[in-house]
Design a protein around this ligand. Structure first.
Ligand code: ZN
Length: 245
């Protein structure tokens, strides 16, 4: 039943003939179609504290989905901000001609982190972008943070490509005046450890900082960040051998 549920959530967006005909960059869009991008809007309306294995080769367990944070001033839940940004990113990537897979497009779902990774695996995604917001007790902390799977252990085969994209994203965020705290390898993230395709978590900023909380809830700022993510996908794609003319 769960399987059926999440298969029904898979949404494949295919560029229409119309926009192809109207857009002078039609050849690039044709080329973009070759790439499948999975977008995972982090969390969901209600966390699920039932446990699942953190990794296929470990008996360590973690909750299926944690609750996520909320804005210190706006009180907006993280799962709402994540999906707002994810929807913007989906539109931007579809416009560019990419095939986009969304792990969720609603709040009231129950899809574990391992199941989200499996959605990306089954769709043979070329890159998965997982969208989150951060939170810390220290409410002065600000900036974006990028997480990538570990270069050791079960994720060693997806590290290079994940890190390549993260480096491109980091440099483009910085060029656009967005503070980046760095790229960090993590071996404790379920959604990384079950992934067989390259994957990056984009922590867009800290909802525990009232200024950044307000920015993260602002559509214009979300659009700015997501444009940088989408343009970084273009750049990443251009670096993949055989896809460039
Ligand atoms: Zn989160």
């Amino acid at each position: 039943m769960k399987k059926k549920n999440f298969i029904s959530i898979l949404i494949v967006s295919i560029i229409s003939f119309n926009s192809l005909a109207l857009n002078p960059k039609a050849f690039t869009e044709e080329e973009n179609k070759k790439l499948v991008i999975c977008i995972d809007a982090g969390h969901q309306k209600k966390g699920d504290s039932k446990l699942e294995n953190v990794s296929p080769n470990s008996s360590n367990k973690k909750p299926r989905v944690s609750q996520g944070t909320e804005g210190i001033s706006t009180k907006k839940p993280e799962y709402v901000v994540n999906l707002e940004a994810a929807a913007i990113l989906k539109d931007l990537l579809v416009e560019k001609g990419y095939t986009v897979i969304m792990t969720r497009e609603e709040h009231d779902v129950n899809i574990s982190n391992a199941e989200r990774a499996e959605i990306a695996n089954k769709s043979k995604a070329d890159m998965t972008i997982r969208i989150h917001c951060d939170s810390l007790k220290d409410n002065s902390k600000t900036g974006a943070t990028l997480l990538v799977p570990s270069s050791k252990g079960s994720t060693k085969d997806i590290f290079d490509e994940s890190n390549k994209y993260a480096e491109i994203l980091k440099s483009n965020l910085k060029d656009n005046g967005v503070k980046v705290n760095g790229i960090f390898e993590r071996n404790d993230i379920t959604g990384f450890n079950w992934s067989r395709v390259p994957v990056v978590i984009f922590e867009m900023g800290f909802m525990s900082n009232s200024c950044e909380d307000a920015m993260l809830c602002d559509q214009n700022y979300q659009r700015k960040l997501m444009s940088i993510v989408a343009d970084s996908i273009d750049q990443y794609k251009d670096g993949i051998k055989g896809l460039k003319n």
